[in-house]
Ligand binder design. Structure first.
Ligand code: FES
Ligand code: MG
Length: 586
């Protein structure tokens, strides 16, 4: 056996005398092994095949998940890579979670998927696992599950969808979905127009084509060192994507042989690199929640104040929607993560290990010199001078709140406004478009009870619609505040993840229409201009009782879910041993 991390990049001679693990060394080696071999041989395997390193491949393909519509081709290519390197590929299903087919919200199912992933990795014999995910919640769920399972693991994503064309205008999911729907609500476009663009927004299988949560998590996975280099950006339907899959299979055999367990990759340095990247790509706000949950599985907490300090010195360099102009396929043509990491070099831990057996710095060197392109800016000429995400604090959010400042309106970020409050999503749906709603463009829309326990599952309802009468009058953005999340593809002056949430008795529960709220992104402030005495009086008047359920997953969820600042993970899934806070400086 070779030591982990040596002979980087080379494949090691394989054979029965090599690594005797997997099906041959799993659980009881007496009658149980005899039985396992007898049963797997029912599929026609020989002993020689079963003595190879066994590479599990998580198949999350599903008719309900077009974002994973290329799963069959990817699995075939991963298998080719595994077999060319002397391993035995074994694909197996776990649940698949698509954003649009996961009621009440995909986030409600993320932890369930992470448990499925963890337990099936534990339950079945494998020396390493290839995680094939893509759609928003799937990659974090897989990294959370694999982190807890502990074996060597590598992430593959399905890749982004292509952009479409609507009447000669380039469009892609789902920043443009929101833009067109907003125009339709404002009666700027008609029924025929909105019906026609519906055919073009999702032009192929694959994940959303902007820097939404799926693309953000793909970039984060590569920054964590959990992915084949170049694996974040190749679009779903390209030859590059298939080659990444083959290479992933090869790397999976290498990490199995070297016993490069996931804890050797998911280090404090790796998480700090991922945070830098999240900020520099103008990534989805959901990325913070997911990164916190993954780090939590490895025993790390995320210090939001330190993250904010890091944000102040990490400019946004990637010019993608919703913060910028381009789409993921443009990022790929511009060199993808290699181009970004080269620019970010002075801000990264270059000695962080990766699944290639080389360090991140060595991978940046191997990617070679850059070339002229206009998607990734140099550090000296960023598209936004600070990180995409700012952390707010104040009496309205004692546990913090966040705003994607790079996608907010500059004119709305420093102001005081009158609260127009909606108690929950039903209340919002009932009143937001009412002609007699007392609301002006400079009011702050406040939505309660869409936090982790409130909705439940912290749905992406934080992107409150502009009230119809204001939308018709041309209002494009307003300050919006909630304890929920928003889609990574959305833009606007939107304060999210207010912690603790209203349903857990946070101060947000006490806000009433007519209250004054102060937002200052420059000062990182979110405060309710109501006296402590008045808030105490309101609290006594209307005690909050946390939501509960009688049975099933919902009961487990409501009894176990943690707040946004702990990644919305379940309390019993986090690592018992805590190893400190990240980022450590910044
Ligand atoms: Fe799957 Fe956007 S809906 S990535
Ligand atoms: Mg999304």
């Amino acid at each position: 056996g070779s030591a982990p991390g040596d002979d980087p990049g080379e494949s090691v001679p394989s054979g029965p005398q090599g690594l005797k693990k997997g099906l041959t060394q799993y659980g009881d080696s007496g009658f149980s092994l005899f039985l396992r071999k007898a049963f797997i041989k029912g599929a026609g395997y020989t002993d020689a095949a079963l003595e190879r390193p066994v590479i599990g491949i998580v198949n999350t393909g599903s008719a309900y998940n077009p974002c994973h519509g290329n799963a069959p081709q990817l699995i075939e290519a991963v298998k080719r890579g595994v077999m060319l390197s002397g391993g035995l590929p074994m694909d197996f299903p776990t649940i698949s979670v698509h954003e649009s087919f996961s009621a009440p919200t995909s986030m409600y199912l993320r932890n369930l998927m992470s448990m499925d992933t963890e337990e099936m990795i534990r339950a079945q014999p494998m020396d390493a696992v290839v995680l094939i995910g893509g759609c928003d919640k799937t990659v974090p769920a897989q990294l959370m599950g694999a982190a807890s399972a502990g074996i060597p693991a590598i992430q593959l994503v399905t890749g982004s969808m292509l952009t479409g064309s609507h009447r000669a205008e380039r469009v892609g999911a789902c920043t443009d979905c929101r833009r067109f729907w907003g125009r339709y609500r404002a009666e700027e476009i008609d029924e025929a127009d909105i019906a026609e663009v519906n055919d073009q927004l999702v032009a192929s299988v694959g994940t959303c084509s902007v820097m939404g949560t799926a693309s953000t998590m793909a970039c984060i996975a590569e920054a964590l060192g959990m992915m084949a280099p170049g694996g974040a950006s190749a679009p779903a339907v390209t030859a590059d994507r298939i080659r990444v899959a083959e290479r992933t299979g090869t790397l999976a055999v290498q990490i199995a042989r070297r016993r490069l367990t996931i804890d050797r990759v998911l280090t404090a340095e790796a998480f700090e690199n991922a945070m830098r990247v999240l900020l520099a790509i103008g990534g989805s706000t959901n990325g913070i929640v997911h990164l916190t949950a993954i780090a939590g599985r490895m025993g790390f907490d995320v210090d939001l104040k330190a993250l904010d300090r890091m944000s102040r010195e990490t400019p946004v360099l990637v010019d993608l929607k919703p913060s910028g102009r381009h789409y993921m396929e443009d990022f790929h043509k511009a060199g993808g993560m290699a181009t970004l990491l080269r620019e970010l070099r002075p801000l990264l831990h270059l000695d962080a290990p990766t699944v290639t057996g080389r360090t991140l710095g060595e991978e940046i060197d191997r990617a070679g010199p850059g070339f002229a392109q206009d998607v990734v800016r140099p550090l000296s000429d960023p598209i936004y001078p600070q990180g995409g995400i700012a952390v707010l604090e104040g009496n309205l959010a004692p546990g913090g709140a966040i705003i994607k400042q790079s996608a907010a309106s500059p004119g709305l970020m420093e102001r005081e406004g009158r609260a127009v409050v909606f108690e929950n999503m039903e209340d919002l749906a009932a009143r937001i478009d009412a002609p007699d709603l007392d609301v002006n463009a400079d009011d702050f829309l406040v939505l309660k009870n869409i936090g982790p326990a409130g909705a439940p599952g912290m749905p992406e309802a934080g992107y409150l619609p502009i009230p119809k009468k204001l939308a018709r009058a041309g209002v494009k953005d307003m300050v919006r505040i909630s304890d929920g999340r928003m889609s990574g593809t959305a833009a606007g002056t939107i304060v999210l993840h207010v912690t603790p949430e209203a349903a857990a008795g946070g101060p947000l529960a006490l806000v009433r229409s007519g209250d004054r709220i102060r937002l200052s992104v420059a000062n990182r402030e979110l405060s309710l201009r109501v006296s402590d005495e008045e808030l105490a009086r309101r609290r006594a008047e209307l005690p909050v009782s946390p939501p509960s359920a009688d049975r099933g997953y919902r009961k487990l969820f409501l009894e176990s879910v943690l707040q946004a600042d702990a990644g919305v993970d379940f309390d019993f899934l986090r690592a018992a041993e805590r190893r400190g806070s990240l980022p450590r400086s910044g």
